[in-house]
Design a protein around this ligand. Structure first.
Ligand code: ADP
Ligand code: MG
Ligand code: ZN
Length: 586
């Protein structure tokens, strides 16, 4: 029942005393209710009043029957006594009213209604910076049950009720008694409010010849260098076009950064989360029991499904820092999340499939603290499994190269930055709006671009490596990146230059993980040549023959005889020498 269609007297009464009026009207669902409140504005003023709250569902319990009439029968004289129901609590009669005998539940004379509890949390974009989100629990009855799932953005209309705490202090808990659930779509997003003057400014910016570089420069201007990564993240933020529901190919771009600590990975992720519409930053462990995906927890005797960051980030981007620390539960759930874009849960009376149409920007530190070029990417990022790695459209390896010029630049950048801000950057507010504007553009793939991407893909297919197989997934990735590139420039077709840039980025990514397109091989040392493994043994000076044999045989790639042969060969060619008997050096 639409509030606007009620007569004025009923409207007034509903605002004053919703509990009585709703009962009189036989509990209609009220849509379009005028009293809108944020979760932070639910205070004592609205107790017993009806309100509408825009929020995100973060938890939902299993559905249980709740008694609306609970009857007890005396085992002595069969007289029936009704239990007193108050809110969610029933007072069981202690003894029979007639004879004082014992009573027991009489299921035939009870009435039940479906009951579910859900938890609402503030929308991420409404959250004041640096604060923890507020939440409130909502009880849903009858037809409202299973109307919403964790991750849904809803406008929930309900009556604010109070519940006394267990031991009858004068402190009460607030609860919302649900009356109606409406959905709020993507357009309700605060950061996507683009005025006409904004649009004018955005279009003017897009005509700037150097707009692409300016966008990159304006992304995390405090961080020096890392242009390729910044560019990739921008493409991730604007994303590609999601296909229709039945042809559910993802439009989201996933990017993975791995590398040495202290190289601003976390800073870049945090910046991405603040500038992207619906951006979310979380650590690999997840902040709640739900972790990154979803989990079923038992609470107040009810199984409750709780959504993690990726589900809450549905239709947005989720920046996952310290991905190497993910839990086993998440590790297995992530496969589904990253390809099907859903998250299925079946445990303890709860069977649900949640939406997780989320772009993932992940960062990880390598297993041994430092990225080891002698190992494959797979070994460096353990325990992240290879199938998950292939779900990323781009992988960037960030290494501490200790180049004097770069060090000088970073030093100057950090020190100068503290004095005066660069003025060339695009203003952060308009930058954010530009990105959300670009996200709405739907460029078409031109034939020439198709040709280019297809040819490159066929070339990629020749790569032969045990840690990387090129599958049609990579072709989709190329299309996504090219489309995002066109979007970022507000173009309505994906041209050859968009395709070329996508190819360039994928090449960079492949090269950084050690694949070589031209020769179709991978070139990290441990896997490529025995000679390189052998020579790496001399990196720290002198080594004994015994140590050489023992260590190299342990790798499983050499037999003892092979090591001995290699020593002889290397001695002959002069690549190593024998300073003392049985000791070798480079
Ligand atoms: N290229 C850079 N330009 C400016 N500051 C940098 C750069 N690299 C690292 N820093 C600074 O070093 C610190 C560590 O960065 P952080 O994001 O925590 O690294 P990571 O997550 O890669 O371990 C941050 O304060 C960051 O601003
Ligand atoms: Mg970090
Ligand atoms: Zn009795």
């Amino acid at each position: 029942m639409n509030f606007d269609e009620l007569d004025q007297i009923t409207q007034q009464r509903l605002l004053q005393d919703p509990i009585t009026v709703l009962k009189e009207l036989n509990m209609p669902r009220i849509s379009n209710f005028p009293t809108k409140k944020g979760l932070r504005d639910i205070t004592v003023d609205v107790i017993n009043k009806m309100i509408s709250v825009p929020a995100m569902v973060v938890r939902s319990s299993e559905v249980k029957p709740m008694g609306t009439k609970i009857t007890y029968r005396c085992i002595e004289c069969n007289v029936l006594t009704e239990g007193r129901i108050q809110g969610l609590i029933t007072k069981i009669p202690k003894k029979c009213n007639e004879c004082g005998g014992e009573v027991e539940l009489d299921p035939i004379n009870c009435d039940f209604i479906d009951f579910q509890k859900v938890r609402l949390q503030e929308l991420p974009e409404d959250l004041p910076a640096g604060q923890l989100p507020d939440y409130i629990d909502v009880t849903l009855l009858d037809k409202l049950v299973n109307e919403c799932r964790p991750g849904d953005r809803v406008l929930l209309t309900g009556i604010v009720r109070i519940e006394q705490e267990e031991h009858k202090t004068s402190l009460f808990n607030l609860r919302l008694e649900g009356n109606n659930v409406e959905y709020v779509g993507g357009s309700q997003n605060k950061s996507q409010d683009i005025s006409e003057t904004d649009e004018y400014e955005i279009l003017a910016l897009s005509k700037d010849e150097d707009i692409y570089n300016k966008l990159i420069e304006s992304f995390a201007p405090d961080i020096y260098g890392n242009e390729i990564i910044k560019e990739s993240i921008l493409l991730l933020i604007v994303g590609s076009i999601a296909r229709s529901v039945n042809n559910s190919r993802r439009g989201d771009i996933n990017i993975f950064l791995v590398g040495d600590p202290g190289l601003a990975k976390s800073e870049l992720l945090k910046f991405a989360a603040t500038v992207a519409p619906r951006g979310l930053y979380t650590s690999g462990r997840g902040v709640t029991a739900a972790g990154l995906t979803a989990a079923v927890v038992k609470e107040d005797d009810m199984y409750t499904l709780e959504a993690g960051a990726i589900v809450l980030g549905d239709q947005g981007i989720c920046c996952i820092d310290e991905m190497d620390k993910i839990s086993d539960n998440d590790r297995s759930a992530l496969h589904e999340v990253m390809e099907q874009q859903t998250c299925s849960v079946a445990k303890g009376g709860i069977v649900a499939t949640l939406n997780a149409r989320t772009s993932i920007l992940a960062a990880a530190n390598p297993r041994d603290g430092k990225y080891d070029l002698a190992r494959s990417i797979k070994e460096n990022v353990e325990p992240i499994p290879v199938p998950l790695l292939t779900r990323f459209d781009l992988i960037h390896i960030v290494r501490d190269l200790k180049e004097p010029t770069t060090d000088q630049f970073i030093k100057d950048h950090i020190l100068n930055d503290m004095q005066d801000k660069q003025q060339t950057d695009i203003d952060i507010d308009i930058f954010r709006k530009y990105l959300s504007y670009a996200k709405k553009i739907e460029p078409r793939l031109s034939d020439k671009a198709k040709q280019l991407l297809g040819d490159f893909y066929m070339k990629m297919r020749t790569i032969n490596s045990d840690t990387m197989t090129v599958t049609p997934r990579q072709l989709e990735g190329l299309v996504r990146l090219a489309t995002a590139h066109a979007r970022l420039l507000l173009k309505d077709t994906v041209d050859t230059d968009d395709a070329e840039r996508a190819i360039y980025l994928v090449m960079q990514s492949l090269e950084s993980i050690g694949a070589d397109i031209e020769t179709g091989t991978t070139k990290y040392i441990g896997k490529l040549s025995k000679k390189d493994s052998f020579m790496s043994m001399f990196a720290n000076g002198n080594v004994s023959e015994d140590y050489l044999i023992e260590t190299l045989v342990k790798t499983g790639e050499f037999t003892e005889q092979q090591v001995k042969d290699m020593i002889q060969k290397a001695l002959k060619s002069g690549t190593i020498y024998e300073p003392t008997q049985g000791i070798y050096s480079k």
